[in-house]
Design a protein around this ligand. Structure first.
Ligand SMILES: [Cu+2]
Length: 146
């Protein structure tokens, strides 16, 4: 093999090593230090105020668990007939939730039980709720750091 070939192989190895290092750094990337971890937020258009709370405050990674979402209008009136869908994922990893959480019960006073939540990795998770009720459709994204 000539010198050119050897240089080519060496450069190729460097490129692969750098790509692997960058990939690994993205994988273990810490959540942003200024991440808003509030569990009570206005929806994007301001139609609703939503609060979320885990049913088991000691939930851990990989544990299937539920959340209670409390939905109120911007004026603070409990929303009783909301249709809520759940989405989310890890923005730094480019993947969604490992399960398909569902609202399984309306508990009254604007509270809804979401079952089937599982976070299978450490890091920054987005937990997104789409709320459809009399005031209209709106979205809210919560950040969780596991
Ligand atoms: Cu991930």
């Amino acid at each position: 093999m000539g010198l050119k070939g050897k240089i080519g192989i060496a450069l190729g190895a460097v490129v692969i090593a750098v790509a692997a290092a960058v990939g690994y750094m993205m994988f273990v990337m810490a959540p942003p230090s200024d991440l808003d971890l509030a569990r009570s937020k206005k929806t994007a258009k301001g139609l609703y105020a939503v609060e979320i709370a885990p049913e088991n405050p000691a939930f851990e990674r990989n544990m299937l668990h539920g959340w209670i979402a409390t939905v109120k209008t911007a004026d603070g009136v409990a929303v009783e007939d909301a249709q809520i869908t759940v989405d989310g994922g890890m923005p730094q990893h480019g993947h969604g939730l490992p399960t398909a959480p569902q609202v399984t019960a309306a508990l009254g006073d604007g509270r809804y039980r979401i079952e089937g939540v599982r976070f299978n990795m450490s890091g920054w998770w987005e937990f997104k709720l789409h709320v459809s009720a009399a005031a209209g459709e709106d979205d809210v994204t919560f950040n969780l750091s596991l």
